[in-house]
Design a protein around this ligand. Structure first.
Ligand code: NAD
Ligand code: GLY
Length: 350
C-alpha cells in the first residue's frame, strides 16, 4: 500500500492500492467518528460499485444517503448542485458529517463543491473511479460546476479529507475513457518527469505498471499543489496543452472530441510551435507524438490558428491583454510564458 501525504493548508492522505476498495468501509469507519454520510455518484458507477459500497457502509452502522447523477459532463451543473444541497439537508447532514464522492471527475468536482459550500464547508472523501480522477481531479482541492458561459466557472478550493484510490476500479472503464485519462498521464510526463515519460514509452502493457504510474502522477501534482495551492503561478503548469485544448473543445461545442483528445492535440501544437521558435529542443515533439499514438490519442487538428486564438480568449490564464501559456524546453521541463495577445497570435501562427 502506498500513502502519499499532501501538505496543503488542510493536509490529507492519498491511499493508493490495488484492491483497496474492498476495505473502504473499514478505512472510512476508522477515519470518521460520524456515522452519517451521503455518497454522490453517477448511474454507471452506482450500478458497478455504488450499491455494494452502500451496503458495506450500512453494515458498518452508517446512515447512508445516495445521490445519483446521470453519467456525463452535462450533470456538472447548478441544478444538480441545488438538488444535492436539498438532499444533504433532508439527510440531516451536519458539520460533523461528510460526503463521499464515488466516481470520475464530474462526480468529484460537483460533490467537492457541495462539500465546500454546504453549511459553509463540510468534509468529503474522494474515491476516484476514472484515470483522470485518480491522477488529477481527486487531488489538489479544485472543485467546480459548469455554467452556461463556460466550464468550471463557479467553484472553490476545498481539499478532501482523504482520497482512496484503487487502480483496480479502472478495469471497468471503456477504452475511450481510459485513453482520455492517458492524455493527462502523458501531460505529467512531458511537463514534469522524463523518467515517467521513458517508463510509458518502454512498457508494453500499461496495466502492468498502472499503480506505479498513478503514484508518479499524484506525486507530480502533490509537489506542484504544495508550492501553489491557490493556482497563482506554478500550478498553472498543470495546464500544459490545455489552453489550445480548451480552445479546440470550445470550437467543437464540447462535442465530437473528448477532453483528453483535445489536450493531446494542444500539447503537440504548443511543442511544435516551441520548436519553431527555439523554445523547445528539436525533435521533442516527435517523441510526444510517438507516445500519444501508442495510446490512440490524436496529434493534429484541421482547426485554423485564427480559430484557436479566438477560442482561447476565455482561458483562465488570460489576464487582460496577456495570456500565460505553458511551454516545454525538453521532455520533463515545463515553464510558464506570459505573452501579450499579439505575441500569442504570433506564437500560434509562426
Ligand atoms: P466522468 O466523471 O464524466 O467519467 C467518464 C465516464 O466514465 C462517465 O460516463 C462515468 O460514468 C464513467 N465511469 C466512471 N468510473 C467508471 C468505472 N470505474 N467503470 C466504468 N465507467 C466509469 O469524466 P472524467 O474524465 O473522470 O472527469 C472529467 C471531469 O473532471 C471534467 O468535468 C473536468 O473538468 C474535471 N476535472 C477536474 C479537475 C480538478 O482538478 N478538479 C482536473 C481534471 C478534470
Ligand atoms: N487540473 C489542474 C489543477 O488541478 O490545477
Amino acid at each position: 500500500m502506498r500513502k502519499i501525504f499532501v501538505n496543503t493548508d488542510n493536509p490529507y492522505e492519498i491511499i493508493v492500492h490495488k484492491g483497496i476498495f474492498e476495505y473502504c468501509d473499514e478505512i472510512i469507519a476508522n477515519f470518521f467518528d460520524s456515522r452519517n454520510t451521503v455518497i454522490v455518484t453517477d448511474e454507471t458507477v452506482y450500478k458497478i460499485y455504488g450499491k455494494i459500497f452502500k451496503d458495506k457502509l450500512l453494515k458498518k452502522g452508517f446512515k447512508v444517503g445516495v445521490f445519483v447523477l446521470k453519467a456525463g459532463e452535462q450533470s456538472k451543473n447548478l441544478n444538480n448542485l441545488s438538488s444535492l444541497y436539498h438532499f444533504l439537508s433532508e439527510s440531516e447532514i451536519t458539520r460533523d458529517d461528510f460526503i463521499i464522492a464515488l466516481g470520475g471527475g464530474v462526480v468529484g468536482d460537483l460533490a467537492g463543491f457541495a462539500a465546500a459550500s454546504f453549511l459553509r464547508g463540510i468534509s468529503f472523501i474522494q474515491i476516484p473511479t476514472t484515470l483522470v480522477a485518480q491522477v488529477d481531479s481527486s487531488v489538489g482541492g479544485k472543485t467546480a460546476v459548469n455554467i452556461k458561459s463556460g466550464k468550471n466557472l463557479v467553484g472553490a478550493f476545498h481539499q478532501p479529507s482523504l482520497v482512496i484510490c484503487d487502480p483496480d476500479l479502472l478495469s471497468t472503464l471503456s477504452s475511450r475513457v481510459f485513453c482520455d485519462g492517458m492524455g493527462e498521464v502523458i501531460k505529467y510526463a512531458v511537463a514534469f518527469s522524463e523518467s515517467l515519460f521513458i517508463k510509458l514509452l518502454n512498457q508494453a502493457n500499461i496495466y502492468d505498471i498502472l499503480e506505479e504510474v498513478i503514484c508518479d502522477c499524484i506525486n507530480c501534482k502533490k509537489n506542484i499543489v504544495e508550492q501553489d495551492e491557490r493556482d497563482l503561478e506554478n500550478r498553472m503548469k498543470l495546464n500544459f496543452g490545455h489552453t489550445v485544448g480548451h480552445a479546440i473543445e470550445k470550437y467543437n461545442n464540447y462535442t465530437k472530441i473528448t477532453h483528453g483528445q483535445a489536450v493531446s492535440i494542444g500539447m503537440v501544437y504548443i511543442m511544435q510551435q516551441g520548436e519553431k521558435l527555439g523554445i523547445t529542443k528539436k525533435n521533442e515533439t516527435e517523441k510526444l507524438k510517438c507516445i500519444l499514438k501508442k495510446f490512440k490519442l490524436p496529434t493534429n487538428t484541421c482547426i485554423s490558428w485564427e480559430d484557436i486564438f479566438t477560442n482561447s480568449l476565455g482561458d483562465k490564464k488570460r489576464r487582460g491583454d496577456n495570456i500565460t501559456i505553458v511551454t516545454v524546453s525538453e521532455i520533463g521541463k515545463s515553464r510558464l510564458l506570459t505573452l501579450s495577445l499579439d505575441e500569442y497570435k504570433n506564437f500560434l501562427s509562426c
